[in-house]
Design a protein around this ligand. Structure first.
Ligand SMILES: [Zn+2]
Ligand SMILES: [Zn+2]
Length: 176
C-alpha cells in the first residue's frame, strides 16, 4: 500500500457538522488503471472536502487526471482526460449491525488517518475504456503489412494480389 494516499485528518474537529477543505498533491509511484490504458505515475491534484458526521467522516473529492494508452486498433498513443469525483463515508467503526456492510469495500478511519487510494483508484478505473480507440472510426492496421488503413490507398490489398499471382504462375507452369 502506498503511503501517498494517506491523509491525517487531525485538523478536522470530530463534531458532526464540522467541515474542512483540502487541496492535495498526491505523488504516486505506480500507474493507476488497466493494462491497455492507465494514469502514469506522477502527481494527482485532489480537491477534497471532509465533513464530520455522526458515524465518521464524509469525503467528497474531485480531480482531473490524464490516462495514457494505445489505440487497440492502430496502436497510436491515446491521452484521455478524466474529470472525476467521488463521495465516500469513512466510518470510525465497522458497522456491525449490518453484516452486509462488513465487506472489504467499507472504508474505515485508521485513527485520524484516512486512505484515499480506493476511491481514487475506483474513480479512475471505472472511467477507463476496456478497448480504447483513438477514434470510434479508427480503421486500424492492414493485418498483412501493418500500415494504417487510413494512410493506405483505396483498394490496398495483399492476399488478392498474391492469389492472382499464384494462379498466373500456375498457368505459366502448365504451359511450359
Ligand atoms: Zn486508432
Ligand atoms: Zn497492407
Amino acid at each position: 500500500m502506498s503511503k501517498a494516499f494517506l491523509l491525517n485528518t487531525h485538523d478536522l474537529p470530530r463534531r458532526a457538522g464540522e467541515m474542512k477543505e483540502y487541496q492535495l498533491a498526491i505523488e504516486f509511484d505506480k500507474p493507476i488503471g488497466i493494462d491497455v490504458i492507465a494514469v502514469p505515475a506522477g502527481t494527482l491534484n485532489l480537491d477534497l472536502r471532509l465533513e464530520s458526521v455522526a458515524e465518521g467522516i464524509l469525503a467528497t473529492g474531485e480531480f482531473e487526471a490524464v490516462a495514457e494508452g494505445e489505440c487497440i486498433r492502430c496502436l497510436d498513443p491515446i491521452a484521455l482526460t478524466l474529470n472525476r469525483n467521488f463521495q465516500e463515508l469513512y466510518a470510525y467503526e465497522p458497522n456491525r449491525d449490518d453484516p452486509d456492510e462488513l465487506e472489504e469495500d467499507q472504508l474505515l478511519m485508521d485513527g485520524e488517518v484516512m486512505n484515499l487510494e480506493a476511491p481514487i483508484r475506483d474513480a479512475i478505473v471505472l472511467a477507463l475504456p476496456i478497448n480504447p480507440v483513438c477514434d470510434e472510426d479508427c480503421e486500424g492496421l492492414c493485418p498483412e503489412c501493418g500500415q494504417k488503413w487510413a494512410e493506405l490507398p483505396a483498394g490496398h490489398a495483399h492476399e488478392q494480389v498474391d492469389s492472382r499471382w499464384s494462379a498466373l504462375k500456375g498457368l505459366l507452369q502448365e504451359e511450359n
